[in-house]
Design a protein around this ligand. Structure first.
Ligand code: ADP
Ligand code: MG
Length: 570
């Protein structure tokens, strides 16, 4: 195992990252840190978001600085204020035991005077967004004359955002620059151009496939008509009670309006977009980070690069105009080895766009159904029951109330009490979803190519039935299959074992789609599916069992080997 020490990091940094709980370097760190420490001048580091690029440049930078020189030696340029603060925060943690190193954050929208004072106090590392930095250069408030290291973080994003000229201006204003380190998730031609112009024979360090999204992310899409977008969003939120997520909209107006509407309806969320003051943005980010807010509605620019731990879902209220942006949105989840889900609400005209994005992220999207009102209620119910069971009642105070409670409810059965408790929580959902309409588009369009290939035409079974499988099905009568068809029971089915389960992020319907996609079999070939945390059992038409096993057994799922075999011959 490669440890940080083996990469050549000094003891004080080792201690600091030990405090942070980093034990093993990420691949980009493993590759970039030794190269940079060995004195390599120019480097291009390419790795997906969430792979630890900040430490990949931050740690060697801190080690290489001359702590005794109190002038700016290193300049880190990044696209947004949030990212700027995030980098500073992380560097502060890394330099915990290097007391004489100081870092300043330079970004727009806040008092320039304060930043100028901070710079004058003598700093070695400047972390800046391009606009404010140029402002400072022009006011001659910052001396970049002695800058030796320039780091361009999220270089692709900066170019996307139109900072090309600014970056060139900055690079031209760092005359003593010895080293340029460029970090990016993708490698568009514009970056090649900048690197050719400003870097000398850069060492290129690449981790994974460039332009690919993280394999820990499950990409899902839901087809609805435009007028149902908002309603669909609500269902998706309601169907995922434990959600901690970011919802992306294309415009500030959308972000604001959806926030207002959802807030009025009792959801726990706020908006993050460019029209807010910096202070408002800080407040929102702070509340989201400490989970006071469950959801954040953001525009692309505002949310770029932010690193919030453990985001479970990213929801695209609409797909971004620029499909490359999808990677940046989805990259907010599935970070640091965790799994995440990126859901997109799309119009049937946008399926082509979904296919294009699939190529960019090099993963297949799963088409799922917007849950029905009933599904949502059932899901909420299950979550509520879990909540009751896991409620902490260890506080002894409760004991003093027990006699009173018992007296008060003496004439009520347990059943009645439970009903009342449930009603308190559920009235809203039940009423709201009582007559909820089906939001899925039920066309026999070309759009559904992926699933059409195994859909029989002219069998009398409607598309509705075929597609009515995209939601969780727990709680349904066990002898019915996911489409609601009577399960034939017995017959000529072979029961297969497979080492995938709900812990892999599947639920019945998505699992069913997964195995059908893999094996190219029809849904009609399947019998009962029994899913557990880690394993599942699938009944397959005996004639098709071999085909399914050979299509699935030994394949990989999220880096793990799938095992599938006849359950009875094990
Ligand atoms: P990127 O810039 O590549 O998108 P970040 O540098 O923001 O990724 O890192 C993502 C998260 O992973 C951060 O929360 C960071 O603290 C964490 N992290 C980075 N390196 C390690 C490591 N070696 N071990 C554990 N966590 C790490
Ligand atoms: Mg980063």
């Amino acid at each position: 195992m490669n440890t940080f020490e083996a990469l050549g990091l000094e003891e004080r940094l080792m201690r600091a990252i030990g405090d942070l709980g980093f034990t093993t370097p990420t691949p980009i760190q493993e590759k970039a840190i030794p190269v940079l420490l060995s004195g390599t001048k120019d480097l291009i580091g390419l790795a997906q978001t969430g792979t630890g690029k900040t430490a990949a440049f931050g740690l060697p930078l801190l080690q290489l600085l001359d702590e005794n020189q109190k002038h700016p030696q290193a300049l880190i340029v990044c696209p947004t204020r949030e990212l700027c603060l995030q980098i500073v925060k992380e560097l502060e943690l890394f330099k915990k035991y290097m007391k004489s190193v100081s870092i300043v954050a330079v970004y727009g929208g806040t008092s320039i005077g304060m930043q100028i004072r901070d710079i004058k106090r003598g700093v070695q590392v400047v972390v800046a967004t391009p606009g404010r930095l140029i402002d400072l250069i022009e006011r001659k408030a910052i001396n970049l004359g002695e800058i030796e290291y320039v780091v361009l973080d999220e270089a692709d994003e900066m170019l996307n955002m139109g900072f090309q000229d600014d970056i060139e201006f900055i690079l031209q204003n760092t005359p003593k620059k010895e080293s340029t380190w460029l970090f990016s998730a993708t490698m568009p031609p514009e970056i090649r151009k900048v690197s050719r112009k400003y870097m000398k024979e850069p060492v290129e360090v690449t981790v994974g496939k460039v332009n690919t999204a993280n394999k820990n992310i499950d990409h899902q899409y839901y087809v609805v008509s435009s007028q149902h977008r908002y309603e669909a969003l609500k269902r998706l939120i309601d169907f995922n009670p434990g959600i901690y997520g970011i919802i992306f909209t294309r415009t500030k107006v959308d972000a604001q309006q959806i926030t207002e509407k959802l807030t009025r309806e009792g959801y726990d969320l706020d908006a993050l977009h460019g029209d807010l003051t910096q202070q408002q943005r800080d407040t929102v980010m702070g509340q989201f980070r400490d989970k006071t807010l469950q959801l954040l509605i953001a525009t692309d620019v505002a949310a770029r690069g932010i690193d919030v731990k453990d985001i479970t879902h990213v929801i695209n209220y609409e797909l971004p105009d620029d499909i490359e942006v999808y990677t940046h949105r989805s990259g907010r989840t599935g970070r640091a080895g965790k799994t995440g889900i990126c859901m997109s609400i799309v119009h049937s005209r946008e399926i082509g766009k979904v296919r294009q994005i699939e190529r960019i992220v090099q993963s297949q999207f799963h088409k799922l159904e917007i849950p029905s009102g009933k599904d949502v209620c059932r899901k909420q119910f299950f979550s509520f029951m879990d909540k009751i069971i896991s409620t902490d009642v260890s506080n002894e105070e409760y004991e003093t109330y027990v006699p009173m409670l018992q007296e008060k409810f003496a004439d009520m059965t347990k059943e009645e009490i439970l009903k009342r408790v449930a009603a308190m929580e559920f009235d809203r959902f039940l009423k709201y979803y009582e007559n909820a309409e089906d939001l899925n588009i039920r066309e026999r369009g070309r759009e559904f190519d992926k699933f059409r290939k195994d859909s029989r035409t002219g069998t009398g079974r409607s598309e509705r039935e075929r597609f009515s499988t995209g939601v969780r099905t727990e709680g349904r009568k066990p002898h019915r299959d996911t489409a609601g068809r009577e399960f034939s029971g017995g017959g000529s089915y072979t029961k297969l074992f497979v080492n995938l389960g709900t812990k892999d992020g599947f639920y019945k319907a998505s699992f069913l789609q997964f195995i059908l996609d893999m094996s190219d079999l029809r849904k009609e070939s399947l019998g009962k599916i029994d899913m557990r945390d880690l394993n599942s059992w699938v009944e397959v038409d005996s004639k098709s069992a071999r085909q399914m096993i050979s299509a699935i057994d030994g394949k990989n799922f999220k880096g793990r080997k799938i095992r599938m075999n006849d359950a009875n011959s094990r």
